[in-house]
Design a binder for this molecule. Structure first.
Ligand SMILES: Cc1cc2nc3c(=O)[nH]c(=O)nc-3n(C[C@H](O)[C@H](O)[C@H](O)COP(=O)(O)OP(=O)(O)OC[C@H]3O[C@@H](n4cnc5c(N)ncnc54)[C@H](O)[C@@H]3O)c2cc1C
Length: 536
């Protein structure tokens, strides 16, 4: 193909593992300043998320800003568009770009890389769309951290035993590494945080893992999977294998083994599926909805269309005929390098090369100093596995800048405990301002002092922007009491409280059961321990 007068136009759909890394390699290898090519990257977010670090961001071991890579900062010679690619027309070589704001427009391309990744595979379970949350984005990780802490706040500020039980029950559905790591890290964080909550001990919390198959962590061997189950159970986590979530309507959880209980937190980590937007891209898809890629990472039957990562069915030549690479960062990052090199080779008149990588194994963190790993057949657990997890990901996290930031977070954590603070105020930072403008009192800090007593208020979003599904946000909005009405409602309660404290009227006594529960909690808390008394 003769080089045209104009620079080659390369469009990259998605700025995740594959998209960002492909663009990074292309900007290094192409003579962009001399007009050899232009590279445009389109992604709804302005950053790439290093997903394996999300559990640590949720646990507070890593600063959320350090687990993402700002696209404009690293792709200095590329054009970055914050938006989505809505459709591709390969005959005209035109893409429909839908920016996050403003009107859609078209742009041409000579080569296009399709890498919009995967989305959570959500089943039609009653209540799930309203109550559940995924674990794939940094917003979800930060939200969950605040939400878990807000449940501890709620329980510590209430004596109603049912409310406390509901607030302190956390359900995770799906035992892949995303679910296991998220559960392991968050449980570890909450357990450590209990020291700051008078009247709550780790045994008051219930953490439940629901997995439909008879094993967890399909990425590691059966033996290591069983070991992980044992470790989680030894920590008091209720691991239920061969069990499905049947419904979770109105905070009531029903499992297929007949178990029923209340929980306000349902995290859905039961796998992903290729991004459904692929149907608009005019490319051949397999029965699972993945783009049919060749071993050179070209889309089958298309010379200038490329695809890799979670959205693509890339043949795994190390496993023989009919095998495909699994959806993992390990493949995505290596495929992006081959893909970028192949585009450069094709532009310069050479043949593309095949992708070949034998899966090295998996590492997973289960909390601070806890982990499991199976790499090149070597099985590790506990501290060595956790150390390997950290070293491995430090090696792969993109850019030196990120590596230094991550390392400094970890180093700081050697000397100081994690901050167990719920910054749920971010959910609605204008609330106080609105209340002040409306002449009302600043609303009670619902995100720090728990949403008292009602299931509706106790599921209020503690972090923003609210990453919960739109349906859930809408239902919360419907239930929300306007600030002025809330302030009015609050007055009689305040008067009663003032009377009670001034001794003029007896305060209403909590029920016997509730008093017993709190008394029990306090009795079980280590009496006089510095930690329980709020010392670090
Ligand atoms: C919690 C968690 C932990 C994980 N841990 C590990 C691990 O330890 N080891 C491992 O190997 N793998 C791990 N993975 C899997 C790994 O992160 C993925 O396999 C990898 O991110 C896939 O890369 P990708 O580029 O295909 O997709 P992604 O990295 O998801 O990137 C897709 C990008 O496309 C963008 N996009 C979506 N739609 C459009 C559109 N219409 N137009 C433009 N852009 C679009 C998205 O915003 C996103 O930025 C983990 C995943 C999760 C969720």
């Amino acid at each position: 193909m003769a080089k045209p007068q104009e620079p080659w136009q390369i469009l990259v759909v998605g700025g995740g593992y594959v998209g960002m890394n492909t663009a990074l390699h292309l900007q290094r290898r192409l003579r962009l300043r001399r007009g050899e090519a232009t590279i445009t990257v389109v992604d709804p977010q302005s950053y790439m998320t290093y997903q394996p670090f999300l559990p640590e961001a949720a646990a507070g071991s890593l600063e959320p800003r350090h687990v993402v890579v700002p696209l404009r900062k690293v792709l200095k010679r590329c054009r970055v568009i914050t938006g989505t690619v809505g459709a591709l027309d390969h005959d005209r070589r035109r893409a429909r770009i839908e920016p996050a704001e403003g009107d859609p427009f078209e742009m041409s391309y000579d080569h296009v890389v399709i890498a919009p990744g995967s989305v959570p595979r959500i089943l039609p379970i009653p209540g799930l769309a309203e109550a559940g949350i995924g674990f794939k984005t940094v917003a979800e990780a930060v939200y969950l951290r605040n939400y878990v802490l807000s449940r501890l706040d709620a329980a510590a500020s209430n004596i109603d035993p049912e409310l406390r039980r509901r607030a302190l029950t956390f359900v995770f559905v799906g035992g892949g590494y995303a679910g296991i790591e998220a559960l392991g890290e968050l449980e570890d964080m909450a357990r450590a945080a209990c020291r700051y909550y008078r009247g709550i001990i780790p045994q008051d919390m219930r953490w439940v893992l629901v997995e439909a198959s008879d094993r967890i962590l399909p990425e590691v061997s059966q033996r290591l999977g069983r070991y992980t189950v044992d470790r989680l159970r030894a920590r008091g986590i209720d691991v239920r294998l061969s069990t499905r979530l049947e419904s979770c309507t109105d905070t009531h959880i029903v499992l297929s083994d007949g178990e029923r209980f209340d929980a306000e937190t349902v995290v859905w980590t039961a796998g992903g599926k290729p991004n459904p937007i692929l149907a608009e891209y005019g490319v051949p898809l397999d029965d699972r909805g993945r783009v049919r890629s060749t071993v050179q990472l070209r889309v089958q039957g298309m010379r200038n269309v490329w695809s890799a990562g979670d959205c693509a069915a890339v043949p795994d030549v190390t496993q023989g005929e009919g095998a495909f690479c699994g959806p993992s960062a390990q493949h995505a990052v290596r495929q992006s390098r081959v893909l970028a090199h192949n585009i450069v080779r094709v532009l310069r008149g050479h043949e593309p090369k095949g992708y070949r990588h034998a899966y090295a194994g998996s590492v997973a963190s289960l909390g601070l100093h806890k982990g499991v790993a199976e790499v090149y057949g070597v099985r590790l657990h506990g501290l060595p596995a956790w150390f390997m997890h950290r070293s491995y990901h430090l090696m792969w996290v993109p850019t030196v800048n990120r590596k230094v930031r991550v390392l400094s977070d970890w180093t700081l954590a050697l000397f100081f405990r994690r901050e167990a603070v719920n910054l749920g105020q971010f959910a609605d930072p204008r609330a106080s301002f609105r209340a002040a403008a409306g002449g009302a009192r600043e609303p009670a800090r619902a995100e720090t002092v728990a949403p008292v007593a009602t299931p509706e208020s106790s599921s209020a979003p503690p972090d923003g922007p609210d990453p919960r599904p739109a349906a859930k946000r809408a239902s919360s909005a419907r239930k929300a009491v306007p600030a002025k009405r809330a302030a009015k409602k609050e007055l009689p309660a305040k008067r009663a409280a003032a009377k009670a404290t001034s001794g003029k009227a007896p305060a209403k006594r909590p029920s016997k059961a509730a008093r017993k529960a709190v008394a029990g909690d306090e009795a079980r808390s280590t009496p006089g321990s510095g930690a329980q008394d709020g010392q670090d």
